[in-house]
Design a protein around this ligand. Sequence first.
Ligand code: NAP
Length: 244
Amino acid sequence: MNKMKTALITGGSRGIGRAISVKLAEDGFHILINFKTNEIEAEKTMNLIKEKGGTCEFLKFDVSNVNEIEKSLEDWMDNNPDNYIEVLVNNAGIRKDNLQVFMQNDEWNDVINTNLNSFFYITRRLLKDMLVNKSGRIINIVSLSGIKGMPGQTNYSAAKAGVIGATKALAQEVAKKKVTVNAVAPGFIKTDMTAELNEKELKRMIPMQRFGNPEEVAELVSFIASEKSSYITGEVISINGGIL
Ligand code: NAP
């Protein structure tokens, strides 16, 4: 187990994070499944990984809470002194949509804390070991909203655009230590997050005329997490069925 490479997937219990967790486990990573509350869904992810012969454990913390993050990561590090987290997928995210004119402080702050500040707190802590070991992959799940902006999502678009900027800046800081930092920008993917959207209506604006599946996003993340992507850093890779 000490020799296994370890990957932390925030929000690994459901949706895109679950598909990434299962795929990276198939790729041979030991998976740390992070989630906030929904233990039942986290257990489903754990079972899927174990059915495929993979290994995993829970690392439960609220990605918007710096104290919880640091305590949880310190505990894991203390218990695993010969190992380090080589792949970090910053995937956990929420949306609290509202038109800016009606948006409440908590709708703004919750989305910024969960989708942007989490990137800073978690990545900062894990970066040190990646730099010392001269190997690491930081993969940030952003969004089409952070590239083009979506009405009703100034909070979400700002958070995702913030992560895109940080991805490009951090990539240049750590490139010479063989740590890559990239962002994956999905369009519309079938998960709980998009369950209440009008798919019939929205798919007309997608050249491929359909929503994507979490597994399709996971394939891209698998490539970025692998050795095969060693010369790609600071990129934002869209996966959205052809929306430009
Ligand atoms: P989802 O189905 O709603 O799942 C969200 C995941 O994040 C769950 O595992 C959830 O755990 C976890 N999470 C939420 N808040 C958390 C917190 N404070 N601390 C720890 N974990 C937390 O969402 P998804 O559609 O898979 O989205 C995953 C990522 O892709 C997000 O960053 C999202 O913005 C991005 N994205 C999604 C789409 C899309 O169309 N679905 C498009 C573009 C980008 P609990 O169940 O415990 O809360």
